[in-house]
Structures are given as C-alpha cells and as structure tokens.
Design a protein around this ligand. Structure first.
Ligand code: ADP
Ligand code: ASP
Ligand code: MG
Length: 405
C-alpha cells in the first residue's frame, strides 16, 4: 500500500462544490488502496483578503498577530474538507500545523521548519483515517503560531512527505503542471513533462509561483519527486525530480516574471571596504531576503548601490538604509516599487553562449529598458518597469520559440 500526500491550493478550493469534488478524488485514491494525507490552503483569495483587512484595521500589525490571523484561512479549508469527506463516508480528521507537529523557528511570516513530529498523523493513518492538515503554518519553539511565507502550503506538503516517508507528493492546482511561461500571460505556453530540481528552483526563485521556493529546496534536499497537476482535469502533469543524466538539457526551459519585489538605491556611497558589508549585514539582521545587487563603478570616490527586496520587506529595508546612511556617509536612499523582474531559465544555458544577447535584443526591439541584470549558471534576470513586464515575458518567449517541443 502506498502513502500519498495530496496538496490542494487555494485555486483548487474556490467554493463549496470544489470541496465535494476534492473529497471525491481523495476517496477514490483511498479506494485504489492508498493511504492519503491531505494538505489544504486557504480558499481562493482568502489570505489576500485577510492581509487587506489587517491593513484597513491598523498600520501597526505585530507579526505574531498577523500570523494568527492568516493561519485562520487554512483552518476554514481543513474543517470543510473533512465535512465533505464525512459526507462521502470517509473517516477523516483535521489538524492545524501545530497539532500536526510542524515545529518552526520564531521568524513570523517566513518561519522555517525545524522538525516535523507528525505523531498524530501516523496515529490517524494507523486507525484508517485520512488526516487533513492546514498548510502554510506551524508552531514555533516559543509555542506561537507561525506561517511559512506566501505559497507555504507547498512546503507543508513536501515536509510531511519527507517526515512520513510518503511514496508520492502530489501538488494539485488550477493549471495542469509547470509551463514554459505563466499560462495567464502566454496562452500558448507549453506544459513541461519533466523538470530537474535545479531548473524548478530557478523557476520558483524568479517568480513562477506554481511551487513555493522553499518547497522545492526541501524536495531537492530530501530527494522527493513532486507531481504538479490539475485538480480540474486530473490529467498527468509535470514531474519535478533529479536531473536525468541520459537526457540532453534544453538550452532554455521557461520565462518567468515576478512583480513582488521593490528596488532600493543608496546613492553617493563612499567607495571603500566595509560599506556593503555593513549595509547587507544590517538588512540580514532584519531577515530581509535581498535578491539582486548592483554596485556601479565609482566616480570621484563615491558609488550607488541598488538592490531588490520583497515588497513586504521594503519598509524595513528603508528603515535600515536610512538609519545607516549618515553613518556610512551616503547621500540619499530611494525606494522604487514600480519594478518587476523577468527571467529566463534553462539548464543547457551553461554551455551555450548568446542566450543573454538574444534576451536583451528582444527587450530592446520592444523598447523595454533594462534597469538591472543578474545571472546564475542557469538563469538570466532583468529588472524592468512593472507595467511592461507582461510584454517582456511575451517577447522573450517568442524570441526563443518556447512553444516548440
Ligand atoms: P495554488 O492556489 O494551487 O497554490 P498558485 O496561484 O499558487 O496556486 O499557483 C498556480 C498559478 O501559478 C497558476 O494559476 C499560474 O497562473 C501561475 N504560474 C506562474 N508561472 C507559472 C508556470 N511557469 N507554470 C504554471 N503556472 C504558473
Ligand atoms: N494561503 C497561503 C497563501 O495564499 C498559503 C498557500 O496558498 O500556499 O500564500
Ligand atoms: Mg500556491
């Protein structure tokens, strides 16, 4: 008998009917002789709505309370799904992240999982029940409710698959797999049958939100293959697994985009050792995840440093940079929340020159200005104006003819 973890995202849980459809799928999986552990996200746009509601109530949102609030969305889903399963005669029981024994560090809003106890889940399975776990949340070593960062239910699913030694980890969503670009922006985008963890890491890190970055890191570190598939058509989707050394890697696999970052520029910074170290240490101490960094050549002994951070960390980053500016002798700190990032990912890029050139040419032909560039061995990313990013995705997609098999 196999143990399957099935995760259903918010896009799969839009209304009451959907809970019955999903309960039916879980019940069929059981009838085929499998044990199932289910992970659910909050319904539809619930998490966004809660974030907005909090902002309407107060500009001051203690992180602990925000986590308390956001974790409620997944509780709604888990209990409704158990009711739908009960309606089909399936014995199921819901667990919050805390009850499931998901222990995290104390960093609210982006907690890291330290340990998964999972005793109650094992007991439920042994008793023939289906455990339904609230995704995206855990309990910290200080016994407070924490959340794992946006999209975090994917991470819950993979962490449970590892802890319970599941045979499969299925991520159900509203698209039939991972595509060569976001199908909402490039309708002709192609579903990828198979992807390596490395490619998926770069896709997730550069904004392809179909899988949360942490979940892919976890899956790679613990060798858990993921099957990303649709909860609407139920057809086979995309397998994310170890690279297959017998296969030639495509040069370019996907174009991604990310509108969730902002840019900070510190101008007139003295060009001497230790300045960048102090700035980025101070940001790290506030747990800001800095993404791209660009430092210009120094003119007359001063330089500008620009970096991008998640939009949610912009306020904290500005506080840090403004506090440090007089000390390090910088002239000005500027915030820019009108940026977006477009990236090209492909494992074969390592050995093929000219990929960046083609990407930059396609942007230039469309009159789209590149503000920052960064690269990894298998990714090239450009910062552009946010209002041009969808067009940027489309022109790059076409330049590489990514619909061709
Ligand atoms: P869920 O609620 O299931 O977690 P998400 O909204 O987090 O769903 O992720 C699914 C969405 O990811 C899709 O609706 C799609 O618009 C978006 N997406 C972005 N890039 C990609 C990609 N390369 N392939 C597939 N989907 C993508
Ligand atoms: N509900 C959370 C979010 O919207 C977690 C998730 O969907 O995975 O980010
Ligand atoms: Mg998601």
């Amino acid at each position: 008998m196999a143990l399957v973890v099935q995760k259903f995202g918010g896009t799969s849980l839009g209304d009451a009917d959907r809970f019955r459809v999903i309960a039916d799928h879980v019940s069929r999986t059981r009838r085929r002789g499998n044990d199932v552990v289910v992970v659910v996200s909050a319904m539809g746009k619930t998490t966004d709505d809660l974030v907005r509601l909090a902002a309407e109530v107060s500009a001051v949102q203690p992180a602990r309370e925000l986590d308390m609030l956001l974790s409620a969305g997944e509780r709604v889903s888990m209990s409704l799904l158990v009711m739908a399963l009960a309606g089909l005669g399936v014995d199921a029981v819901s667990y919050t992240g805390s009850q499931a024994g998901i222990i995290t560090d104390t960093t609210h809003q982006k907690a890291r999982i330290i340990e998964v106890k999972g005793d109650r889940l094992r007991e439920s399975l042994a008793a023939g029940r289906v455990p339904v776990v609230a995704g995206f949340q855990g309990v910290s070593i200080d016994r407070d409710v924490t959340t794992l960062g946006r999209g975090g239910s994917d991470t819950t699913a993979v962490a449970l698959a590892v802890a319970l030694k599941a045979d499969a980890c299925e991520i159900y969503t509203d698209v039939s797999g991972v595509f060569s670009a976001d199908p909402r922006i490039v309708p002709e985008a192609r579903r990828l049958a198979r992807l390596s963890f490395e490619e998926m890491l770069d896709i997730a890190a550069s904004g392809g939100r179909v899988l949360a970055l942490r979940s892919v890191e976890f899956a790679r570190n613990h060798h858990v293959p993921l099957h990303v598939r649709s909860s609407f058509t139920w057809e086979p989707g995309t397998w994310v697994a170890e690279e297959d050394p017998s296969m030639e890697q495509p040069i370019v696999t996907a174009v991604t985009h990310d509108v969730s970052e902002a840019k900070v520029t510190v101008t007139g910074v003295p060009d001497r050792p230790g300045i960048a170290a102090r700035l980025f240490r101070a940001l790290a101490d506030r747990t800001v995840n800095v993404d791209m960094i660009v430092q210009n050549m120094s003119l007359r002994g001063t330089t500008d440093i620009s970096f991008t951070v998640p939009m949610v960390d912009l306020a904290a980053s500005m506080e840090v940079a403004n506090a440090l500016a007089p000390e390090i002798g910088a002239s000005e700190v500027l915030a820019d929340d009108g940026i977006a990032k477009v990236s090209l990912v492909g494992a074969g890029m390592r050995t093929h020159p000219g990929v960046s050139a083609t990407m930059f040419e396609s942007l230039s032909d469309a009159g789209i200005n590149i503000e920052m560039i960064s690269t990894s061995p298998i990714r090239v990313s450009c910062v552009v104006r946010a209002d041009r990013v969808e067009e940027a995705v489309q022109v790059i997609y076409r330049a590489f003819d990514l619909s061709a098999p």
